[in-house]
Design a binder for this molecule. Structure first.
Ligand code: 0A1
Ligand code: ZN
Length: 896
């Protein structure tokens, strides 16, 4: 592990390398503790760069040999540090290097580079893992053609995989065998991968749009083949969608997905050999919920889409990460929305799409908005970083996707497609920048996007202030929109952005009004996109018979915080009538937020808590509205998440908010008990489980009903949850019922939890759910032991392993990040535990530790008493011996 503090890298310092690599021939002699890597590099002088030495990166490598054109380097031509080799080369434009290194996969607990997982060898090279395998210019603008030979023990790793095409394989003495792979496409080294393990494949052959046969494989451990089908289906859907939507075809003869149990992130788009966290591959009805199925579909698609947006056209440097990530998230969001709409059929298509949009907005608001308001705030294209692994963020991914979505909104689907076509025609095979992408969009559409580019450079969530003025005398409604963005670290001044605001006006009868702007001759569509590009601007709608209710930012048309004064009656009205499902959901969220924050303030001040009757009434109306799609109702009736609410609370007081959440949830359950029960009993199980969005919506709504009923401890509801737990035929129902029982902390919960453990004790992925549920538990009885005690106990459970990232995320992530009401204990014991765990994790896996460390980055938003308890723990972590650059960057920025 690196112990020195990482220097800050600046985007402005980018310079092309003097030497790049045209070809690399790699040979791996695989052994758990001593793998020998022989690398032959064809280095070429870069005519576009200033002259200089060959520069290679390395980390924790034991170098056994290095030759230049077959000879020992001439004295004085090589300079070496732990992490860098420079080689002076005079008078030549091409040089052959041969480097032999020895590495220890078994000791690689950071899971970056080449590591072991359950006896197999796997790699993870993004962002800078390749340098932990061999010396190489480890940056994405070096694109080389790879040939890879793997040599390993046949019994331990019968399967030997790498990128591209298998060109040769055979036997070797001593029970070993080998395979040689050639990737026809030049690629940056972060897309290199190898797998050598005991796996089996689910296979399928498909024809691409142009009629080429391709082999698709999903590789899993023996015994898991019956869980690979959904990933394969998802892959085929993704292939078809990219052909139809963007005219993009698979360019390889073979495309492989491999599931691995130990993985820091979700999955990785290595060329032709995607490596996945097993959690995003494996599913069968008995072990995976509907939500798991959905996630698998979108992650499989995301990685597949990277083949064009990321691999064929890649990033010039890591500051451009959102070039591939924002765009690919947008593509996977569109794909999932299309899949849901297609499954829902003609009638339910638009609601299904809205439900997906609501999901995406929820993630953005709960994960990205807080990031943009804290010490790690950065533009989607950061200006600097210390550790690039810390910048795989919600901002780069999710806000990045919102920026692409705004381009899609501004240019329209056709204009966007034209821009994509032009982007590929200019840049296929290149490593480029975000400017190159936006320029292609601008050129294809004849549109100036210079001001739009500010979205790439400005951090912070803009506030969009809206004010409406009704003029009854002339039937006009004047809408004034203004924007402002708070300063963020290092960015005190903000400039106006281009904000597309989709607007509708709702008439008193609840129907949308046709919109006619001043100067237009007739009314037009009922939703229009207004473009706010200055600090403030007015629009005047005319020809209106009565005062309208504005519905702004429809479909969440921009990643901003909308500030609009609406009284409770207006919110209830929009909950009942807004034709834009996303805004209808948002109206319910706003109303709930208002009530929850008021009750939290009451709880903090020791006042009695009372939920306003009109709020319960508005919720009840949504709940009983059978015309609404169940999946939508499940979204609209779920209270806003605590992470989002804490962000809106001044100061953030997790205990008070939790008191409010407990009270409001129980009251909604109690007062509406008859409705919840009727609903839970009326939604009949559709026979044998299949993953289908229409069925999933019903299951989600029943599970929500059980949650409210258990929160209120309604006897019939608790009995129903217990019965559904016992008779469930699939994980969605079983887990939903268990979660409801746990949520209510009812006596039946304990037995159900134990039964769940017994049933799945040998199923590591399902046990992650068991850990997460307990770490995320809410306490209803002040006399009960704090969840912290349970989390500590679970650390010692034989099923827990601190070296498995999924286990850490399930137990510690769920506690630190998803259970603020229990983590932020007034006596500070939660923070002591946090520091202890971050320090322990960091010694083995800095990326995982840094993710956990981020749970306290927004500590300055909390009450003074909590801040006083947090600060010494942040300082304690920062003072720890050998702290990684990853955690150092997070904690230093938090304390700055
Ligand atoms: N590029 C992958 C995610 C990924 C990023 C970093 C990793 O290691 C530090 C691993 C995976 C994606 O977007 O899916
Ligand atoms: Zn990605």
């Amino acid at each position: 592990m690196r112990t020195e503090h990482a220097p800050t890298i600046h985007r402005a310092d980018y310079a092309p390398l003097a030497w790049t690599v045209a070809r690399i021939d790699l040979h791996f002699a695989l052994a758990p503790q001593a793998t020998v890597v022989t690398s032959r590099l064809a280095c070429v002088r870069n005519p576009d760069a200033a002259p200089g030495p060959i520069v290679l990166d390395g980390e924790e490598l034991e170098t056994l040999a290095l030759t230049v054109d077959g000879l020992d380097p001439a004295p004085g031509t090589v300079r070496r540090t732990e992490s860098r080799i420079e080689i002076d080369v005079a008078d030549r434009d091409e040089v052959a290097l041969e480097i032999v290194t020895r590495i220890n996969p078994q000791a690689n607990t950071a899971l970056s580079g080449l590591y072991l997982s359950r006896g197999g060898y796997f790699t993870q090279c993004e962002a800078e893992g390749f340098r932990r395998i061999t010396w190489f210019p480890d940056r994405p603008d070096v694109m080389a053609r790879f040939t890879v030979t793997l040599e390993g023990d046949k019994a331990a790793c019968p399967v030997l995989l790498s990128n591209g095409n298998l060109v040769e394989e055979g036997e070797l003495p001593d029970g070993r065998h080998y395979a040689r792979w050639e990737d026809p496409f030049p690629k940056p080294c972060y897309l290199f991968a190898l797998v050598a393990a005991d796996l089996v494949a689910l296979e399928r052959r498909e024809l691409t749009a142009s009629g080429r046969e391709v082999l698709l494989q999903v590789w899993v451990e023996k015994g898991n083949l019956d869980r690979a089908g959904h990933a394969m289906e998802s892959l085929v859907h993704a292939m078809r969608w990219d052909e139809e939507t963007f005219g993009l075809e698979l360019d390889l003869d073979r495309f492989m997905i491999v599931a691995v149990s130990d993985f820091n992130m979700g999955a990785m788009e290595n060329k032709g050999l995607n490596i996945f966290n097993a959690k995003y591959v494996l599913a069968k009805p008995d072990t995976a919920t509907d939500v798991d199925y959905e996630h698998i579909e979108s992650v499989v698609a995301h990685e597949y889409f990277h083949n064009w947006t990321g691999n064929r056209v890649t990033c010039r440097d890591w500051f451009q990460l959102t070039l591939k990530e924002g765009l690919t998230v947008f593509r996977d969001q569109q794909f999932s929305a299309d899949m849901l709409a297609c499954a829902a059929g003609a009638e339910g298509g638009s609601s299904a799409r809205a439900v997906k949009r609501i999901d995406d907005v929820r993630v953005l608001r709960s994960a990205q908005f807080p990031e943009d308001a804290g010490p790690m705030a950065h533009p989607i294209r950061p200006e600097s970083y210390q550790e690039i692994n810390n910048f795989y963020t919600a901002t780069v991914y999710e806000k990045g996707a919102e920026v692409i979505r705004m381009l899609h909104t501004l240019l329209g689907p056709e204009g966007f497609r034209n821009g994509m076509d032009l982007y590929f025609s200019y840049h296929d095979g290149q490593a480029v920048t975000c400017d190159d992408f936006v320029n292609a969009m601008a050129e294809a559409n004849g549109r100036d996007l210079d001001q739009f580019m500010r979205w790439y450079g400005q951090a912070g969530t803009p506030r969009l202030r809206a004010q409406g003025e009704w003029n009854g005398a002339d039937g006009s409604y004047t809408l004034t929109l203004s924007q402002s963005t708070q300063p963020t670290p290092g960015q005190p001044d903000k400039l106006p952005l281009v904000i597309p605001v989709a607007v509708g006006l709702i008439g008193p009868d609840g129907a949308d009004l046709p919109l006619q702007l001043e100067g237009e001759h007739q009314p037009g569509a009922t939703t229009r996109v207004l473009e706010l590009a200055t600090e403030t601007r007015q629009w005047r709608f005319t020809n209106l018979a009565a005062e309208p209710a504005p519905s702004l930012l429809r479909g969440f048309s921009a990643p901003v915080i909308l500030e609009l004064d609406e009284d409770d009656g207006r919110l209830a009205f929009r909950m009942a009538h807004d034709s834009d499902a996303c805004n209808r959901w948002d109206a319910a969220q706003r109303y709930a937020e208002r009530v929850l924050l008021q009750l939290a303030a009451d709880a903090a001040a020791g006042r009695a808590l009372k939920v306003p009757a009109p709020f319960i009434d508005a919720f009840g109306k949504l709940l009983r509205n059978e015309l609404l799609d169940p999946a939508f109702r499940a979204q609209a009736l779920a209270l806003p998440g605590e992470a989002y609410l804490l962000e809106r609370m001044e100061p953030a007081d997790p205990a008070a908010l939790r008191a409010a959440q407990l009270h409001v949830g129980a009251e909604l359950g109690r007062v509406l008990a008859a409705d919840w029960l009727a609903l839970a009993e009326s939604l009949v199980e559709p026979g044998e489980y299949r993953y289908h969005p229409a069925d999933a919506g019903g299951r989600a709504l029943v599970n929500l009903a059980l949650r409210y009923l258990c929160a209120a401890r309604v006897d019939a509801g608790v009995a129903l949850a217990a019965a559904r737990f016992d008779s469930a035929t699939n994980m969605t129902d079983r887990f939903g019922a268990l979660a409801a029982l746990m949520h209510g902390a009812v006596p039946a919960a304990e037995a159900a939890l134990a039964a769940f453990y017994r049933r799945y004790q040998n199923d590591t992925l399902v046990l992650d759910k068991w850990f997460a549920l307990q770490a995320g538990a809410w306490r209803r009885d002040a006399a009960a032991a704090p969840v912290l005690a349970q989390v500590r106990e679970l650390l010692a459970d034989p099923a827990f392993s601190p070296s498995n990232p999924n286990k850490v995320y399930a137990l510690l992530g769920s506690f630190f990040r998803a259970n603020p009401g229990e983590f932020h204990l007034a006596d500070g014991s939660g923070y002591e535990f946090w520091a202890e765990q971050v320090i322990a994790l960091d010694a083995a896996n800095p990326q995982v530790a840094a993710r956990m460390a981020r749970a306290l980055e927004n500590w300055r938003r909390f009450t003074p008493a909590l801040q006083a308890a947090i600060r010494p723990q942040l300082e304690r972590v920062l003072a720890a011996d050998g702290l990684s650059p990853d955690v150092t960057e997070i904690v230093e920025k938090a304390l700055a």
